[in-house]
Unconditional design. Structure first.
Length: 305
């Protein structure tokens, strides 16, 4: 995900009072807005008044609604189903946490690389986009962590090139999502193990476009998040088109919902809400539904702490 631009002016929360207003915002961001009721498929979650009280005062009003940036091409975290609804693990999780707070929201679907910049510019209030919580990003944003993940090297089924680890990518062509931490990992690889034989990095606007280069024979591999890679290895075709090449863990990193740096009340409220659904078992149910229990957290942390 792109590291936000530095043009933020006066902090102005985007509390959306109507679908019409959010649609206008979606047009501004060249994305589309989706109402929370049309997206998530999570189980019923009751509001906890003591957690709702943690929200900023203006967000406790019955009409309050926040705009949440996402990119709907990254299964199993967020993707568009056959009915045109944005669904997925992170969608269900954000929905459950928001219901616990009694807070309405709308997703604004936009290009992956623009998300942090739109949050930095106060055009959305939060991000739910399988965002890796890194020290570099923490300089400008705060994370409420909800999952542990790592990286996957995606190759054609049968792994004809025998790729097993990151150094095996030296001298090869590798596709990657523009602005992602995986792109940064390849850049670091080229300054370290692959100086003599650099990786030829192909950047794409969506993870699906990057993976398609492997299927078309235009790239030897794709570097992506492990959960997304494992999902695609099982789901594309009959599960015989791609495979995850690495058996060792690469770049383990927490993922989190993202808020503007210093948005203390929102961060505290969502941390408490996520911890609440961890404690009551809702989190485990959502993980199991999406076959992601392996990356479960016991505690909802802020910036990995």
């Amino acid at each position: 995900m792109a590291l936000g631009h530095r043009v933020r002016g006066h902090r102005a929360r985007a509390v959306i009072g109507s679908i019409a207003a959010l649609t206008a915002l979606g047009g501004l961001l060249t994305g589309c807005a989706t109402d929370s009721a049309e997206s998530a498929e999570s189980t019923a979650v009751e509001v906890r008044p003591e957690l709702r009280a943690l929200l900023p005062g203006e967000l406790r009003a019955e009409s309050a609604r926040i705009a949440v940036g996402t990119e709907s091409g990254y299964p199993p975290f967020e993707y568009t189903n056959e009915a045109g609804r944005i669904v997925g693990f992170e969608i269900d999780l954000f929905d459950a946490a928001s219901k616990r707070l009694g807070l309405k929201y709308n997703f604004v679907d936009m290009p992956f690389k623009t998300l942090l910049g739109e949050l930095y510019g106060s055009n959305v209030d939060a991000l739910a986009a399988a965002m890796s919580d890194t020290a570099e990003r923490q300089a400008d944003y705060d994370f409420v962590d909800y999952y542990n993940d790592s990286d996957a090297i995606m190759v054609p089924a049968g792994n004809p090139e025998g790729i097993k680890a990151l150094p095996d990518l030296c001298g090869r062509t590798v596709a990657v999502l523009t602005g992602s931490t995986q792109q940064e990992a390849l850049a670091q690889l080229n300054t370290a193990q692959c100086q003599a034989k650099p990786v030829n990095v192909l950047q794409f606007e969506t993870d699906a476009d990057a993976l398609a280069q492997v299927q078309a024979g235009k790239a030897d591999a794709e570097l992506t998040q492990w959960s997304t890679g494992a999902y695609n290895a099982k789901q594309v075709g009959s599960g015989d088109v791609f495979e995850v090449a690495n058996t060792e863990i690469i770049n383990p990193t927490p993922l989190g919902f993202v808020f503007q740096k210093g948005d203390v009340e929102m961060v505290r409220a969502y941390q408490a809400a996520v911890q609440s659904i961890i404690d009551d078992g809702t989190y485990a149910e959502i993980l199991e539904k999406h076959d992601l229990s392996a990356g479960a957290l016991d505690k909802a942390t802020v910036n990995g702490q």
